[in-house]
Design a protein around this ligand. Structure first.
Ligand SMILES: [Fe+2]
Ligand SMILES: [Fe+2]
Length: 404
């Protein structure tokens, strides 16, 4: 059996260099001039992004220029192919591929296998296909508004800490979640796209990431560095935006992007931040979205937002002219039961009070001794939150019950 160090080497988690994922198959394509056997392979195992009631996006890292596709189906016989085509072109990338599987039913189990083929552009009319590799077969379930129960886990502020991520993986696998929320500050900053594959797709080696879809929440550190603008290439979200809503069972979720933690005018940003305009855009969207039936009709409403809206009795942002300050009133008026956040690197649970009709739940920090796994279970009657440390010990909990 592989030990944890070997595993981390293979999936390239948190600062450990990427190695090719073991090749399950390696074949040249008949009738096409093949490249020499040159070590083409996956640099991560597959992971699942942007889940919906009808599909999911399969993401995987590769170590050379290549194309990719996904076989899928209701049984392990598979039988259908998702091409990943966009604007008439099949995927071609040097680092990672994202292939959307769509047209599924709510709550459907879907089996899948990822294929990739090395491709070399000699010229526009001389494109050569090389080795083909494939993963093993895995499965996942789509989101399901009619599900009786919703189980989820939340990570936050992992900041590239390999030891923390390895420990969180162990606890996460025990919980059996329907979806996984990564609540911001995955990285310290984004300087190169190679590192982004490692940081954002590298968790794909664990069974939970191959089979449990991720809902991504951007943190302030994820906005930093010259490559931060490439984040949508590696983390796919609904409509390419970092603010969106979803529904699974008794829960309607809203994801908000709290942006940077200092004003746009702060000198260190050199005038490159434009978050006030972005937060105005999000606020207008949130006001409209809260009227949608999938949110209004849900038994419980939960928001995920990297920077908390409150710490005890102190409200954020302090500047009431900041558009984010409207989120508090909007979520309160829409009867949200909790906001789940990170950012402070100190875990806390603040139950509702006279100022705040929802609970503010905050996860811990990047070091293993401060990190937390927030586990949630929602039924028709209640939402139960348990905040665990990296050894699985419960640090805090919160429960809220459906009215009437
Ligand atoms: Fe952080
Ligand atoms: Fe943060």
């Amino acid at each position: 059996m592989r030990n944890r160090r070997d595993f981390l080497k293979q999936v390239g988690v948190g600062g450990i260099s990427l190695a090719a994922w073991p090749l399950i198959a390696r074949t040249g394509e008949q009738g096409v001039e093949a490249l020499p056997q040159d070590g083409f392979g996956f640099s991560t195992a597959p992971s699942l992004q942007n889940p919906s009631e009808s599909g999911v996006t399969v993401a995987i890292g590769v170590n050379k220029p290549s194309t990719a596709w996904v076989e899928y189906g209701e049984t392990e016989q598979l039988g259908r192919v998702a091409t990943g085509s966009r604007h008439g072109l099949k995927p071609y990338d040097t680092r990672a591929h994202h292939v959307r599987i769509d047209g599924l039913r709510p709550g459907q189990r879907c089996f899948y296998r990822v294929h990739a083929c090395a491709v070399e552009f000699k010229s526009a009319y001389d494109i050569r296909r090389g080795d083909t590799v494939a993963t093993d077969i895995y499965s996942f379930r789509t989101l399901d508004p009619a599900a009786k129960e919703a189980r989820f886990v939340v990570w936050n502020d992992t900041h590239e800490n390999a030891e923390t991520i390895a420990k969180l993986m162990v606890q996460t696998a025990k919980h059996g979640a329907d979806f996984h929320v990564w609540n911001g500050d995955v990285t310290n900053d984004n300087y190169t796209e190679d590192k982004m594959v490692e940081h954002y797709l590298g968790v794909g080696g664990q069974p939970f990431a191959r089979e449990t879809p991720l809902l991504f929440v951007r943190g302030n550190h994820d906005t930093r560095g010259p490559a931060a603008r490439s984040l949508p290439r590696y983390q796919e979200t609904p409509n390419g935006r970092f603010y969106y809503g979803f529904r699974h069972g008794p829960i309607a979720g809203v994801v908000l992007d709290s942006g940077e933690d200092k004003p746009d005018t702060t000198k260190v940003y050199a005038g490159l931040g434009d978050f006030i305009a972005y937060h105005e855009e999000q606020t207008a969207w949130l006001r409209r979205e809260l009227e949608q039936p999938y949110i209004r009709d849900a038994r419980f409403r939960v928001a995920f937002c990297h920077i908390p809206l409150w710490w005890a009795d102190k409200r954020y942002p302090e500047d009431q002219n900041d558009p984010r300050s409207r989120w508090h009133e909007l979520l309160g008026d829409a009867h949200f039961c909790m906001v789940i956040s990170g950012h402070t690197h100190t875990t806390a649970v603040f139950p509702p009070n006279e100022q705040r009709p929802y609970a503010q739940i905050i996860g811990g920090g990047p070091k293993p001794e401060n990190a937390t796994l927030i586990c949630g279970v929602a039924t028709q009657e209640k939402v139960s939150i348990s905040v665990l440390d990296t050894e699985g010990i419960e640090l805090n909990w919160y429960r809220t019950f459906a009215p009437g």
